[in-house]
Design a protein around this ligand. Structure first.
Ligand SMILES: Nc1nc2c(ncn2[C@@H]2O[C@H](COP(=O)(O)OP(=O)(O)OP(=O)(O)O)[C@@H](O)[C@H]2O)c(=O)[nH]1
Ligand SMILES: [Mg+2]
Length: 163
């Protein structure tokens, strides 16, 4: 079976670990345990014509305490930039991380707007968001809590990782 490495990048607390937990284990917890370093999970995706084993690299939040570490992207077939729609700054930081990732990798990437079960508390208009989305292969609005669009997101990642 083909194995594909996928990296989850983003500011801290946006829900990277929760998205993986929801996808792999089908569970969600309100408790916040920050990731140190990286945690790797696996899940098999059935794409009909092909079975893909995703290796999900859940990387610690990139912020003023933990800088961007290009080494994590080595060998990745795709990455996602996760943002939190209740925090404007998480999109600004996400775009900055995307810029840094682009310097070392040209693999396809998706923009993820997470916590869609909560009220939108950022000031981006649809037009501005479309502008940001243009820099990615696609954009998903997810909830690690309800599971909304979580399976679709990872299925899409499996598909783009094969290209
Ligand atoms: N309501 C809601 N809460 C969420 C969602 N995703 C994550 N959370 C909460 O947000 C907090 C942070 O979630 P994590 O998944 O640990 O975030 P992270 O991006 O892995 O954080 P770091 O490892 O520190 O970078 C936790 O309290 C989660 O319960 C979501 O979709 N909806
Ligand atoms: Mg985490």
């Amino acid at each position: 079976m083909i194995q594909k490495k996928i990296c989850l990048l983003g500011a801290s607390g946006v829900g990277k670990t929760s998205l993986v937990k929801q996808y792999v284990e089908g569970i969600f917890s309100e408790k916040y345990l920050t990731t140190i370093g990286v945690k790797i999970d696996k899940k098999q995706v059935d794409l009909g014509v092909e079975q893909v084993q995703l290796m999900l690299w859940d990387i610690e939040g990139i912020d003023r305490y933990c800088g961007f570490q290009p080494k994590y992207l080595r060998g990745a077939s795709a990455y996602i930039i996760v943002t939190d729609q209740t925090r404007s700054q998480s999109l600004v930081e996400g775009m900055e991380i995307h810029r840094m990732a682009r310097e070392v990798s040209d693999v396809p990437s998706l923009l993820v707007i997470n916590k869609c079960d909560l009220e939108v508390a950022w000031h981006w208009t649809e037009g501005e968001l479309n502008g940001y989305s243009k820099e990615f292969v696609g954009c998903f609005t997810t909830s690690a809590k309800t599971g909304e669009q979580v399976d679709d997101l990872f299925k899409c990642l499996a598909q783009i990782s094969l290209k």
